[in-house]
Design a protein around this ligand. Structure first.
Ligand code: GAR
Length: 207
């Protein structure tokens, strides 16, 4: 059984997709051990509680500095003895110690086709604003392993979504979620849970 820690910051629609796909059996051999948010009172924590999953908030606001927060975050994850950390809209820089300890065991969903519109400053709605500003015709989402760079780790899955003439950043964000993110993230977890993802020379091999 693959034990997950799902890390969230806000709405938690990607978390909900994981909860639903575990419940309907599309994701097998997997259990969500804990949901951790860096923000108090967010909808994602409610979603976890509603599904009967331990929901914990570790907020930087409750610690005197970043080091103390990073340590608490890592200790919280470790205390649930998880096999995979899933960043599902977790808008916090992951501490280096966590990346060292969980090498190729942290995955992230990013709302663009990496290497476009990714890296520092590209998160949430900003990604879709930048894509519309540039005038690209195809966008999408990527699930990747997390390394020490920003959005630079081995790519696991990607899916393209077409831009429409009348798209606003909000409409495009919603369509990328519906058509790509909510499918890709559960699919990637299921592949990992069933030992179908290998990392070789910084790239993934999917069986
Ligand atoms: C999602 O679109 C996710 O791809 C994005 O934040 C949103 C969270 O939504 N993540 C990033 O931009 C990471 N760089 P959710 O809380 O409803 O899942």
């Amino acid at each position: 059984m693959l034990r997950l820690a799902v890390l969230v910051s806000g709405g938690g629609t990607n978390l909900q997709a994981i909860i639903d796909r575990v419940a309907d059996g599309s994701i097998t051999n997997t259990e969500i051990a804990v949901v951790i948010s860096n923000n108090h009172g967010v909808k994602a924590l409610e979603r976890a509680e509603h599904a009967g999953i331990p929901a914990v908030c570790v907020s930087p606001k409750d610690f005197e500095d970043r080091r103390a927060f990073n340590r608490a975050l890592l200790e919280t994850v470790n205390s649930y003895q998880v096999d995979l950390i899933v960043l599902a809209g977790f808008l916090v820089v992951i501490p280096e110690e966590m990346i060292d300890q969980y090498e190729n065991r942290i995955i992230n969903i990013h709302p663009s086709l990496i290497p476009s519109f990714c890296g520092t400053g590209y998160y949430g709605l900003k990604v879709h604003e930048a894509a519309l500003e540039r005038g690209v015709k195809v966008v999408g989402a990527t699930v990747h392993f997390v390394d020490k760079g920003t959005d630079t780790g081995p790519i696991i899955l990607q899916r393209a979504v077409e831009v429409k003439e009348d798209d606003t950043p909000e409409r495009l964000q919603r369509r990328v979620m519906e058509e790509a993110e909510w499918k890709l993230l559960p699919q990637a977890i299921n592949l990992i849970a069933n030992h179908r993802v290998q990392v070789v020379n910084g790239r993934t091999r999917i069986q």
